[in-house]
Design a protein around this ligand. Structure first.
Ligand SMILES: [Zn+2]
Length: 152
């Protein structure tokens, strides 16, 4: 009867539906977890994620980023990644080290072009593929854009 041992009834915090969860600690610890943890049923979890996704998408649209395309799961992941990447890019933009006004202007233009690139990416997968992008990676890309502007 091992199934009976590790299956516990818990109640969803949001809709109060009873459902079963599998727990794999000691029986005592399982009882404690079943009682104390905040449980959410699959339906409420999905709703929560789609609400979060909607919220993030709206916030990003407000700063000029388009709605993303892809499966619900991918989009909900991608908007989170995009929020993190935007934070990194903003951080980079706000930590200037300019020698003169020309450099400042060039940096401004490069970032503008860089953000325009991002604004064109509507595929959730594109963002998921870049989830490991670091501040250094972003800096490198902005640098490349700066160089291409300088050449003109
Ligand atoms: Zn629920």
């Amino acid at each position: 009867m091992p199934e009976e041992i590790c299956s516990y009834d818990v109640r969803c915090r949001t809709c109060h539906t009873l459902f079963k969860v599998q727990l794999f600690e000691s029986h005592e610890k399982n009882l404690f977890l079943a009682d104390k943890k905040d449980w959410y049923c699959e339906k409420c979890k999905k709703e929560y994620f789609s609400k979060q996704t909607e919220k993030l998408t709206r916030a990003q649209q407000a700063i000029g980023l388009p709605e993303l395309k892809g499966s619900q799961k991918m989009v909900s992941w991608a908007v989170k990644i995009r929020a993190e990447l935007m934070n990194k890019a903003d951080y980079l933009k706000e930590s200037p080290k300019f020698e003169n006004d020309d450099e400042r202007e060039l940096s401004g233009k490069a970032f503008e072009r860089f953000f325009r690139e991002w604004q064109g990416k509507t595929d959730a997968k594109w963002w998921i593929d870049r989830r490991k992008m670091s501040v250094q990676d972003i800096s490198k890309r902005v640098e490349e854009i700066s160089e291409s502007i300088k050449k003109k």
